[in-house]
Design a protein around this ligand. Structure first.
Ligand SMILES: NC(=O)c1ccc[n+]([C@@H]2O[C@H](COP(=O)([O-])OP(=O)(O)OC[C@H]3O[C@@H](n4cnc5c(N)ncnc54)[C@H](O)[C@@H]3O)[C@@H](O)[C@H]2O)c1
Length: 252
C-alpha cells in the first residue's frame, strides 16, 4: 500500500538536496509533488524526471505573493493540498561580531520568515482539503548554539519555536493539521559542498564534519527524506509540535 496515495505535497526548496529527495519519495509513495523553488532550471529538470505526478512552480519564500501563487497553482494542478515541506534555506557562517544587519535579515528572511509564510498560506488550502501535515526543516543548530553560524542558528531556533505554535493553534482549532520540525545534522547536499572543500585544523572540511557525528559520517539526503515521509504520512498521526532529530548522534 503506497504511504502517500493521492496526497498532494508542496515542497519549498524542492529542487535540490533534502527537498528533492523528499519529492522523489512522495512520488514513489503514490503522492503528487509540487516542487517550489527559486532555482527554475533544477526544479524543471526534476519535475521532468518525476513525470506527471510532479509539477514545478517558481517560488521566492520571502515574498507573500509568491507563496500565494504557489499554493493556488498547487490546488489548480492537483485539486488539493495535504502536505507542506518547508525546506528552502541558506547556510551562512558568521559570528555575532562580524554578521552585518543586512546578512542577518537575509538569512532570517529565507529560513525563518519563509517558513512562517509557508505555514500561514498553506493552512487555508489544507483546511479545505480536510487536513494535512506540515514539516519544517530546522537543524541541530536550531536546538543548540553555534558561535560560527550565529544567524543560521538563530533562524533555525525560530523555526523550531514557530512549529510548536502552528501545531498548538491547529490542534486548538481542530483543523486536523499537524506540524513538526526536523533537525538534521550535516547532510551531504549542495548547501554544505563549499565547506567540504575547506581545510579545518589540518583536516579536510569533509573529515572535520564527519568526525562531529558519532556515526562517523555525513548524513545522506534520503535519510532525512525518510523521516519527512513518516511525518507527512498517516504513520505519524499522534505527533504534532515535536522535534525529530536525524543527526548520526551529534546531539547525543
Ligand atoms: N545540508 C545540511 O547539512 C543541513 C543540515 C541541517 C539543516 N538543513 C536544512 O535543510 C534544508 C534543505 O537544505 P539542503 O541541504 O537540501 O540544501 P540545498 O542547497 O540543496 O537546497 C536548498 C534549496 O532551497 C532553495 N532556496 C534558497 N533560497 C530560496 C528562496 N528564497 N526561495 C525559494 N527557494 C530557495 C535553493 O534554491 C535550493 O534548491 C534547509 O532549510 C537547510 O537549512 C541542511
Amino acid at each position: 500500500m503506497p504511504r502517500l496515495e493521492n496526497r498532494v505535497v508542496l515542497l519549498s526548496g524542492g529542487a535540490s538536496g533534502i527537498g528533492a529527495e523528499t519529492a522523489r519519495l512522495v512520488v514513489r509513495e503514490g503522492g503528487k509533488a509540487v516542487l517550489a523553488d527559486r532555482d527554475e532550471a533544477k526544479g524543471l529538470a526534476l519535475a521532468a524526471e518525476l513525470g506527471t505526478a510532479a509539477h514545478f512552480v517558481p517560488l521566492d519564500v520571502t515574498q507573500e505573493p509568491s507563496w500565494q501563487a504557489a499554493v493556488a497553482a498547487t490546488v489548480e494542478k492537483f485539486g488539493a493540498l495535504h502536505g507542506l515541506l518547508n525546506a528552502a534555506g541558506v547556510g551562512v557562517r558568521n559570528t555575532i561580531e562580524d554578521c552585518t544587519l543586512e546578512e542577518y535579515r537575509r538569512v532570517n528572511d529565507i529560513n525563518s520568515l519563509g517558513t512562517f509564510l509557508g505555514c500561514k498560506l498553506a493552512i487555508p488550502a489544507m483546511k479545505a482539503s480536510g487536513g494535512g501535515s506540515i514539516v519544517n526543516i530546522s537543524s541541530v543548530l536550531g536546538l543548540r548554539g553555534a558561535a560560527h553560524a550565529m544567524a543560521y542558528s538563530a533562524s533555525k531556533g525560530a523555526v523550531r519555536s514557530l512549529t510548536k505554535n502552528v501545531a498548538l493553534h491547529c490542534a486548538q482549532m481542530k483543523y486536523n493539521i499537524r506540524c513538526n520540525s526536523v533537525h538534521p545534522g550535516y547532510i551531504d547536499t549542495p548547501m554544505i559542498a563549499p565547506r567540504l572543500e575547506q581545510n579545518v585544523e589540518n583536516m579536510s572540511g569533509r573529515q572535520f564534519l564527519e568526525e562531529l557525528h558519532p556515526l562517523g559520517r555525513l548524513g545522506r539526503p534520503e535519510e532525512v527524506a525518510n523521516m519527512i515521509l513518516f511525518l507527512l504520512s498517516d504513520e505519524s498521526t499522534f505527533s504534532t509540535g515535536s522535534e525529530f532529530v536525524c543527526d548520526g548522534g551529534l546531539t547525543a
